[in-house]
Design a protein around this ligand. Structure first.
Ligand code: XMP
Length: 526
């Protein structure tokens, strides 16, 4: 486990702990809390009271869950939480749980309310005190539940009821424990973010202390604190946003005591390696080492057809190259890595089975090399990483770089990889990218790239018959890469790209456009 997670006592004074009971919106709740300017740490539902207390939270939020509290093995929290004197907000399942635990009556809902429901506010203080809740005391909330609170626990009042009189919100003002039947975090609940803000600011007494600037200052202080006055840190760079943000944070904190290794596997897009190398060299004060390992990777990949085998070889070779270089540098105590929050937290897909899993991008390296691990952005969501990067002055070429697979173009060359194929694909891909950017489509697409298929076909070039490979173009729109839709590119744009690729790259016989969405396809071809 790396630094930055164990260090709960950092200078960010106000934190809220979110206990994850496996609800589908748990991550969204954490995002909303941070958007409200309060740092939120997500813990598994069964985190012990000692562990929770060590974070010194200003408030605790219980997430929803697909479970019912009456199910066998329903996820439950440490009961000592209720005696801790820290404000609690239970959302949906979280409300049923706390109501049941504290002596209220909860029963299986007679009717399920999925979707939009209006409710009336009976007590505006403190959660519903805001202009966004209309004079009519009437607003709609996103309900998705079955169980319902029939009688609130002793000491609790009903704060709001839904249209059909179901209890929609409860609260014990003395103990500062509240429950919501609806989901304030989803966009379908107008004013929902104000309910969360009221809990954070009015009940927990938090203020807006979590900002990009405060994060950077805090990280720099933490890095200096961990690394001390004379130790050095090494960091692997890939050209991607996560490792770049880590690099610029380290650089700010340590200057020339930070050493950056860019393992160039030769599988990036045309001119990309040179561009990122220039950017790092110019932007970083620390030592920048560009290891051109293209030949080594090509040698290892020679004749390999299976995509998973390609991935394994590239992963292992990356580690080998990095290791050789890092060890040759001598006396280095720390390795910094760009692990981000979604890598750290994995909400259980099985009900209530939240687990924390540590992903190591360069798996096993720290232990093997005797390095201590530093993970400065393991608290951040992807869009927060970009905000921090922008504040650190990183250019759009990195901040807005489309997702790019670690194994690079090796998984966009179907079948065996060779230097000639790599060169051909880089050219075709550069033409496609160039035309998309010229057409002003760059920001609308999740990913767009060319694939070199292993199909050869007949065509006519010049006066004669030509036999050559097929290039496939792939462009998708997506929110999160879990699903994707093929992009409806304009036909004049496609025509231009096709004409340029067949015209400028003599070997290419044909260009096709991939019209498969995900599912059933995947974004990449391998
Ligand atoms: P698929 O092809 O599974 O891709 O729809 C989903 C997203 O993951 C990226 N991808 C990878 N990223 N190493 C990576 O770092 C890989 O081996 C890899 N394979 C796919 C892909 O580009 C898309 O954004």
């Amino acid at each position: 486990m790396g630094h930055f997670l164990e260090d709960n006592t950092g200078s960010l004074s106000e934190k809220v702990v979110l206990l994850d009971f496996g609800g589908q919106y748990s991550m969204l709740i954490a995002r909303r809390i941070r958007e409200a300017g309060v740092y939120c740490e997500m813990l598994p539902y069964n985190a012990s009271w000692e562990r929770i207390r060590s974070f010194n939270p200003a408030g605790i939020i219980f997430s929803g869950s697909p479970a019912s509290i009456y199910e066998e093995n329903a996820p439950r929290c440490d009961q000592a939480i209720y005696e801790g004197g820290i404000p609690i907000l239970g959302i949906c399942y979280g409300m049923h749980l706390l109501a049941g635990d504290l002596g209220g009556e909860v029963k299986k809902g007679s009717r399920s309310e999925f979707g939009r429901t209006s409710f009336s506010i009976e007590e505006p203080e403190p959660l519903f005190k805001d202009d966004s809740f209309s004079d009519l005391n009437f607003c709609s909330g996103w309900m998705s539940h079955q169980d319902e609170v029939i009688n609130p626990p002793p000491g609790f009042n009903v704060l709001a009821r839904s249209e059909n009189k179901t209890v929609a919100a409860i609260g014990d003002h003395r103990r500062k424990i509240y429950g919501l039947q609806f989901h304030p975090e989803v966009v379908h609940t107008p004013g929902g973010e104000n309910v969360l803000k009221n809990f954070l600011y009015r009940v927990c007494g938090c203020s807006e202390t979590w900002t990009v600037r405060s994060f950077i200052d805090d990280s720099v202080a933490k890095i200096r604190n961990i690394v001390g006055e004379d130790q050095k840190v090494v960091c692997a760079l890939s050209g991607g946003v996560d490792s770049s943000v880590v690099a610029f944070l380290l650089d700010k904190a340590l200057g020339d005591r930070a050493i950056f290794i860019f393992v160039d596997h030769g599988l990036l897009r045309l001119d990309e390696a040179a561009e990122v190398a220039r950017l790092y060299r110019e932007g970083l004060q620390g030592q920048f080492i560009h290891v051109d390992a293209a030949d080594r990777f090509l040698e290892r990949l020679d004749g390999v057809i299976d995509p998973e085998e390609k991935r394994r070889i590239i992963g292992n070779e990356f580690i080998a190259v990095f290791k050789e270089k890092a060890l040759s540098l001598g006396d280095i105590a720390y390795l910094a890595q760009g692990t981000i929050y979604p890598d750290v937290i994995e909400s259980g897909s099985v009900q209530g089975s939240a687990v924390i899993k540590s992903h190591h991008n360069v798996g096993g390296l720290p232990e093997e090399l005797g390095f201590e691990l530093i993970e400065p952005i393991r608290e951040l969501f992807k869009d927060e990483v970009r905000l921090v990067g922008a504040e650190l002055g990183l250019p759009d070429t990195i901040l807005k770089r489309q997702p790019f697979p670690g194994p690079g173009l090796a998984v966009r060359i179907i079948g065996a990889v060779s230097a000639e194929k790599l060169d051909l694909l880089q050219q075709a891909d550069a033409i496609f990218r160039n035309e998309i950017i010229k057409a002003g489509m760059n920001d609308q697409l999740w990913q767009y790239f060319a694939v070199l298929t292993d199909v050869k076909v007949v065509g006519v070039k010049g006066d004669g018959r030509h036999y050559g490979p097929v290039i496939a173009l792939r462009a998708v729109v997506s929110e999160d890469a879990m699903t994707a839709d093929w992009a409806r590119l304009r036909d004049d744009l496609l025509e231009k790209v096709s004409a340029r690729i067949t015209g400028e790259i003599p070997a290419v016989a044909r260009v096709v456009y991939d019209i498969t969405s995900k599912p059933p396809g995947t974004i990449e071809w391998e």
